[in-house]
Design a protein. Structure first.
Ligand code: NAG
Ligand code: NAG
Ligand code: NAG
Ligand code: NAG
Length: 829
């Protein structure tokens, strides 16, 4: 007790002593409420100013600015003030005497006041802080790192040293603010294992319940974007923090978060819903071009029709005022919105010429993609773009740029190819990655196809170039010894050239590298196989076993995609499916609501109906939540989810009546099928005539038929127990021939009951190449297999005729075709 009192007294006395001899000037500077007061103090006390005073003065100058709203800041005035210069000179002379914290604070303040990066005071402060790096406290170190980051010194050796220090002290960091700043600062120079330690630390320190962690969560997103890693646990935690911080979500943070989500390939329907609600409330408040561009970017793609219309109108009004960058943002968003508003498009095209010169080459490439994607028809603009792009192409030495320019040149309307372009292409080929080769090939194939090579013997040249391209592609592939690098190059590869020239070889190469398949690359490998539709058993089995061994490390939504590959290509592996299902059904909360529908469908195609998943989905409160979220999802995703829900509903009704789930998609199907009337193509007409001949009359078969549950089949006919065709007329089933489209809505009432005993309904289907895997096995894919299964449940005998059989040489004469069809109908049961 006594001890305690003495301590208290002592501290008290020391505090009083400090106040008494405290520096009057220091407190005067500290209490300034306007910049001019600071400057006048500086002017009057020049000779007396110590390094401490100088540091505080800079600090106060920034604090005063910080208090003002952004648009009312006067940093220009401050920096231009003669006493500011005095302060700078004093500081530079006293750098060595400053305390560690003061050095970093001063650096921070002057950078926030927008002093040039290479200002001599800034240089002196950086040098001094660098010397003392090892002994800086963690807060000072993180602030210093932030300064370096702001100065774009990402690859500077100092950053390497900072990273080293963070590595040593990581365990002692307990402040997520400090950690988040350090992580962003050193993101360019960290190893993978260090990266993983940082991620774990961040997961530990970031608190969901703490709204104050909003800004740190944003920084964590920035970190993930810097290292290009879609690390689910941290991303989802950040997302949950954002969801709980509605009050902090303004247009700037929302568009910032959306931008980072987009780059990371992450999305979250609940965040979309919240943002949509917050932004739609007062869309008229965003009157300045910068905030409006952000609003347009964030809200445009998910806005309902009324808000969307207002956004488009305002954007057109504001077109003149947008900066070059904002113009790009608007066009990019229009493309995402699939905007067909010609007025706005013309408006944007009309303001573009004044910005064109300020874009760098990759922005021009993007711009061209947006404009062609939006079907812009401003030929004058395109010809300006062409000149600029050709200029860049002439001087380009980077294969990636060269390839990108060539690819977009091919998108320009009525483009005349010049020899310079093919020469340039030929020159970079040997250094090109598969992705870039694919870009160049796409352009060449298009030009060749559209006959746009006009100079003498140009098509010959083009053929030679394509040959060289193929050789380079093969060579590149053969040299590969890393599956990861290969998959990285393949991420954006697609199209005819690749499919025809390199597909087989690439799959073979993946097989050769099969030992390199690990849980970290099963997802990109599955993407690749899904894209190419190659059903390679060795690879599939390996993916399955790696996935099963690592289910805890792979995110459920990624396991979903792997299952999607297996089910789409109809590769049954019961053990694999069962193991994944068991894992996923105990982790359903990791999925977004709409993802559960997709998962349900994928499993249904493969013939699995986990009860917990089915009852979760077919639940009124689930479905109404889904309805709300669908409104803010991107259109293509929305349509995909709706159609999968319908298919899942159908599958459950047909295959699992024990769930007692009603079929509630009748109206949806009517709408969809009403909007997409199937055409009667020449093949169908041709076959219909043959069926008429075989069965003995046109009344014995029907073309383009909708079954119950809305499967569309090419032909239907009914044979009685003696294999004699039954006439639709006789059965009084009305034949709706107008427009060549037959709709029969309810077979239950008309057809099925009416069938005499022993009679059989036959569904005849022609399957094109999309129904089969692309490898030599030409295995029937998942969807047509399910269709067959379901039609059989509906009482059909299903005859599926693959295109490769029908088109084979044997069936080239009409007689052979007739015989083949007859056999299919009567012969094989
Ligand atoms: C900076 O100061 C100079 C002369 O002191 C003056 O001419 C100039 O307009 C000032 N600039 C700003 C942005 O205040
Ligand atoms: C194109 O034709 C000219 C003569 O017409 C010939 O000299 C030249 O070698 C040809 N170029 C190529 C690449 O075939
Ligand atoms: C999923 O469920 C299992 C238990 O079945 C559990 O061990 C695991 O941690 C859960 N979460 C994830 C992401 O795998
Ligand atoms: C539907 O889901 C809600 C919320 O998950 C749950 O409370 C309810 O019991 C479910 N209803 C049925 C019929 O399963």
């Amino acid at each position: 007790m006594l001890c305690l009192r003495r301590v208290c007294l002592l501290t008290l006395r020391r505090c009083q002593a400090r106040t008494l001899c405290s520096d009057l000037l220091l407190s005067q500077i500290n209490s300034c409420t306007h910049e001019d007061e600071v400057f006048s103090l500086v002017a009057r006390n020049k000779a007396r100013l110590s390094e401490k005073h100088v540091g505080i003065a800079f600090n106060i100058l920034w604090q005063l600015q910080k208090k003002r709203p952004f648009l009312l800041r006067t940093t220009e005035y401050v920096k231009n003030h003669s006493q500011f210069l005095t302060l700078c000179v004093l500081a530079e002379n006293k750098v060595k005497d400053m305390e560690d914290e003061a050095i970093v604070d001063t650096l921070y303040s002057i950078l926030r006041l927008n002093v040039e990066d290479h200002d001599s005071l800034a240089e002196a402060l950086v040098t001094e802080a660098w010397k003392r790096l090892e002994r800086l406290s963690l807060p000072a170190l993180s602030k210093f790192t932030l300064c370096l980051y702001k100065q774009h010194r990402h690859f500077n050796p100092i950053i390497g040293q900072v990273a080293h220090i963070v590595d040593m002290k990581l365990d002692s960091i307990q402040d997520v603010r400090i950690l988040s700043v350090l992580m962003v600062g050193i993101s360019d120079v960290i190893s993978q294992s260090f990266r993983d330690r940082l991620l774990h630390k961040a997961e530990q320190l970031l608190e969901e319940e703490n709204e104050g962690h909003f800004n740190y969560a944003k920084r964590m997103l920035q970190f993930l974007q810097n290292i290009k890693l879609k690390y689910h646990p941290l991303l989802e935690k950040c997302n949950r923090i954002f969801l709980k911080s509605a009050s902090r979500l303004d247009i700037h943070s929302i568009s910032n978060i959306f931008g980072l989500y987009e780059q990371l390939g992450f999305d979250n329907a609940e965040f979309r819903l919240l943002a949509n609600q917050l932004l739609s409330e007062n869309i008229d408040d965003y009157y300045n071009p910068e905030t409006f561009a952000k609003l347009f970017f964030a809200l445009g793609p998910m806005a309902g029709s009324r808000v969307r219309e207002r956004l488009l109108v305002t954007a057109a009004h504001m077109a003149e005022e947008f900066s070059s960058h904002q113009v790009l943002v608007i066009l990019k968003t229009m493309k995402k919105m699939k905007c067909r508003n010609s007025h706005l498009l013309e408006k944007m095209a009309s303001v573009l010429p004044k910005h064109l010169d300020s874009y760098h080459v990759l922005q021009l490439v993007k711009l061209t993609q947006y404009l062609t994607g939006l079907r812009c028809r401003n030929l004058e603009l395109f010809s300006k773009l062409k000149i600029l792009l050709l200029g860049y192409l002439k001087s380009s030495v980077i294969p990636a740029d060269t390839a990108a320019i060539i690819r977009v040149l091919a998108m320009l309307p009525s483009f005349q190819v010049e020899e310079m372009i093919t020469n340039k292409a030929a020159a970079v080929l040997p250094q090109c990655s598969l992705h870039h080769l694919n870009c160049i090939a796409t352009a060449l194939v298009k030009w060749n196809h559209h006959d746009q090579l006009h100079w003498q013997n140009s098509s010959e040249l083009c053929a030679k170039l394509l040959q060289k391209l193929n050789d380079c592609g093969f060579e590149r592939l053969q040299k590969t010894n890393s599956l990861n690098l290969l998959l990285e190059e393949l991420t954006h590869v697609n199209g005819q050239w690749f499919e025809e020239v390199l597909n087989e070889e690439t799959v073979a190469m993946c097989q050769r590298l099969i030992d390199q398949i690990t849980w970290t690359n099963v997802l990109p490998l599955s993407f690749f196989l899904k894209k190419t539709n190659h059903r390679c058993p060795a690879l599939f089995d390996r993916i399955a076993s790696v996935t099963v061994e690592n289910t805890d490390k792979i995110h459920p939504s990624e396991i979903y995609f792997i299952l999607f590959l297996f089910s789409a290509l109809n590769y049954d592996n019961e053990e694999f499916f069962k193991s994944c299902i068991q894992h996923l059904t105990s982790n359903l909360s990791y999925f977004e609501i709409y993802q559960l529908v997709l998962l349900g469908h994928v499993l249904a195609v493969a013939g699995y109906f986990p009860p917990i998943l089915i009852t979760t989905i077919f639940n009124v409160s689930f479905l109404s939540k889904l309805d709300a979220q669908l409104k803010v999802l991107p259109d293509t995703l929305k349509q995909r989810v709706c159609s999968r829900l319908m298919k899942l509903n159908r599958a459950v009704c047909l295959e699992c009546p024990e769930f007692h789930i009603p079929w509630f998609h009748e109206q949806y199907c009517q709408r969809v099928f009403h909007n997409s009337m199937s055409r009667i193509n020449p093949l169908r007409q041709h076959v219909h005539r043959m069926l008429t001949e075989i069965l003995g009359g046109s009344q014995y078969s029907r073309i383009s038929v909708l079954t119950p549950y809305y499967y569309e089949i090419d032909f239907e006919c009914v044979l009685d127990e003696n294999k004699k065709p039954l006439s639709y007329m006789a059965q009084n089933i009305h034949l709706d021939d107008v427009g060549g489209i037959h709709l029969r809505h309810d077979i239950k009432d008309e057809g099925r009951k009416a069938l005499p005993p022993g009679a059989q309904r036959i569904a005849l289907e022609f399957l094109d190449s999309r129904a089969f895997s692309k490898d030599y096995s030409r295995h029937l894919k998942g969807e047509p297999a399910v269709k067959k299964r379901h039609l059989e449940m509906l009482g059909y005998r299903v005859v599926q005729i693959p295109h490769f059989e029908w088109n084979s040489m044997v069936l080239s004469t009409k007689g052979e075709q007739l015989e083949y069809l007859r056999q299919q109908l009567y012969g094989i049961q």
